[in-house]
Write a protein that binds this ligand. Structure first.
Ligand SMILES: C[S@@+](CC[C@H](N)C(=O)[O-])C[C@H]1O[C@@H](n2cnc3c(N)ncnc32)[C@H](O)[C@@H]1O
Length: 421
C-alpha cells in the first residue's frame, strides 16, 4: 500500500490549518531567544553574507512561525550596530500573532508582517533581501522548487539564505508512523489524533525504528506541540543533502557553508588512507553526501545558500585583520572556560545539534587555550594579539594560536568571523 496523502492542490490549505492549531515552536513568549536553529546573526553573516556587513541589513523571515528567528536576528544584529529592516511572512495567523507579541516585547519596531504564502511573495514588489531565514519550512510547502525560485529571486547579489530542512536518514521511523496515523484517523469516529498517536507510541514493539532511533528518543512523553509537529503535519518531507544541492543548483544557488561543518566531513568515518584520499578528491557536496550516508544519523540539515556565481571566500583571509571579531556561537561561556583549562590534554567538546548533543575530541596548546579563554567575549583579532603580547607571546605565535583555535572551533560551528565593512 502506498503512502496515505492529501491531494497536492489542498496541501497549502491543510498546512495553514495545521499551523493555526499548532503554532510552532511553542516557546514561552516571555523567554528571550538569542540564537535559533540556524545559529546567530554572526553565523548568518559568516556563511551567507561572506561578512559583507554594512549599517543596515534587509531580512526576510520566510515561514517565520512564532518568531524566534525574528527575535534572534533582529535583536542580535541591532546589538552589533547593524539596523535590521525585517519582513516576516507566514501562512498562519496564529503564528504571526505570537511573533508580533514577541517582537513587541523585545522592542523590535518596523517589522512588516505578511500573512500569506511564500509562493505569493513573487507578486509583491519587494526590495531585495540580504538575508533570508528559511528554517523548517521547505519540509511543508506544496512544491519545493518554485518556493526556492521565489526566494532566490528575492535575494540581493551579495545575500544568502539560511536553510533548515529535515534529514531523511535521521528521521527513519517517522514516516511509517505518520501513514499509520492517517489511516487510523481516516476511519469514521476516529478519536483525537494526538491521543491516538500517544497511545500508539506507548505500545510500539522494541524493534520499531522510533523505539530504536535515539534521535527520536522522547517517546510517549513528547510535548503535544512537538508530537503534532513530528507526526500530524499534513505535508512533511525530508531530504538528503545531495538532493538539496540539486534543488538549489536548479535555481542558480549553491551551498556555502554548514552550521555544523564537522557533520559533513566523512574523513573520521573512513578507516584507511586510501579511502580518505578518495574522499579528499571529491567535491564538497560529494563529501557531505558521503558523510550523511555513512553516519546515517542526520535528522536535520542546517546550511547556507548563496548565488552560485558568487566567488567562494576563504573566511581565514579575515583573520589577518585587526578589527575582525571572533564570535562564539552555540556554545556556553562555561564550555569555553573549561576547554581553556585543558592545554595539552585531549578534550571532549559537546555541541548542540537539533535537540541532541554530539561530542568530538580536540587538543589545544597552551597559547590556544589562552585564546579560547578570551573567545567568550567575542574579541577582535587585535585585542587577542594585544592581550597575548602583554603576556610575552609574540605576534607569530599569537596568530598561529588564533588560526589553530579557529580551525577546530569553526568546524564545530562554535566560532564565526564578524568583519563589518
Ligand atoms: C516548523 S514551522 C517553522 C517556524 C520557524 N521558521 C522556526 O524555525 O521556528 C513552519 C512554518 O512555516 C509556515 N509555512 C509552511 N508553508 C508555508 C508557505 N507555503 N508559505 C508561508 N509559510 C509557510 C508554517 O505556517 C509554519 O509557521
Amino acid at each position: 500500500m502506498s503512502d496515505v496523502k492529501i491531494p497536492a492542490e489542498g496541501l497549502t490549505e491543510a498546512v495553514k490549518r495545521f499551523y493555526e492549531t499548532y503554532p510552532y515552536p511553542r516557546i514561552d513568549p516571555g523567554r528571550s531567544v538569542q540564537s535559533t536553529i540556524l545559529g546567530t546573526p554572526w553565523c548568518a553573516a559568516h556563511h551567507a553574507l561572506d561578512n559583507r556587513i554594512s549599517k543596515r541589513v534587509r531580512i526576510l523571515v520566510a515561514g517565520g512561525g512564532t518568531g524566534v528567528a525574528l527575535e534572534a536576528l533582529g535583536v542580535g544584529f541591532a546589538a552589533e550596530g547593524v539596523t535590521p529592516d525585517i519582513v516576516y511572512v507566514d501562512l498562519s495567523q496564529a503564528s504571526a500573532a505570537e511573533a508580533k507579541r514577541r517582537a513587541e516585547r523585545v522592542g523590535l519596531s518596523g517589522v512588516r508582517f505578511l500573512i500569506q504564502s511564500i509562493e505569493s511573495l513573487a507578486k509583491l514588489d519587494l526590495e531585495p533581501f540580504d538575508y533570508i531565514d528559511f528554517s523548517g519550512v521547505l519540509n511543508h510547502v506544496a512544491e519545493p522548487a518554485p518556493v526556492l525560485k521565489v526566494l532566490s529571486d528575492l535575494l540581493s547579489p551579495g545575500g544568502g539564505i539560511g536553510i533548515m530542512v529535515y534529514g531523511r536518514l535521521g528521521r527513519t521511523g517517522i514516516y511509517p508512523m505518520q501513514n499509520a496515523l492517517r489511516l487510523l484517523n481516516g476511519a469514521p469516529g476516529a478519536g483525537d489524533p494526538v491521543d491516538t498517536m500517544r497511545s500508539l507510541l506507548g505500545n510500539l514493539p522494541a524493534e520499531n525504528w522510533i523505539t530504536k532511533n535515539p534521535h527520536l528518543g522522547d517517546g510517549i512523553d513528547i510535548p503535544t506541540i512537538e508530537l503534532a509537529d513530528r507526526y500530524l503535519n499534513p505535508n512533511d518531507r525530508a531530504f538528503e543533502i545531495g538532493e538539496m544541492e540539486a534543488l538549489l543548483r536548479a535555481v542558480g544557488m549553491k551551498i556555502n557553508g554548514f552550521v555544523s561543518p564537522f557533520l559533513y566531513d566523512p574523513l573520521p568515518l573512513l578507516p584507511s588512507e586510501e579511502l580518505k584520499a578518495q574522499a579528499r578528491a571529491m567535491s564538497m557536496i560529494e563529501r557531505a553526501q558521503l558523510s550523511e550516508w555513512l553516519s546515517g544519523t542526520l535528522h536535520i540539515h542546517q546550511f547556507f545558500a548563496v548565488p552560485a556565481a558568487r566567488p567562494t571566500i576563504d573566511p581565514e583571509a579575515f583573520l589577518t585583520r585587526e578589527d575582525t571579531r571572533l564570535m562564539p556561537s552555540a556554545f556556553g561561556e562555561a564550555a569555553f572556560e573549561a576547554l581553556s583549562r585543558a592545554a595539552g590534554r585531549i578534550m571532549s567538546i559537546t555541541m548542540p545539534y537539533g535537540g541532541l548533543k554530539l561530542t568530538r575530541k580536540a587538543r589545544f596548546t597552551d597559547d590556544e587555550s589562552r585564546v579560547l579563554q578570551l573567545l567568550k567575549a567575542g574579541p577582535s583579532v587585535g585585542a587577542v594579539r594585544d592581550l597575548l603580547a602583554g603576556e610575552g607571546v609574540d605576534r607569530a605565535r599569537s596568530d598561529a594560536a588564533i588560526l589553530g583555535v579557529y580551525r577546530v572551533m569553526s568546524q564545530l560551528g562554535a566560532v564565526h568571523i564578524w568583519a563589518a565593512h
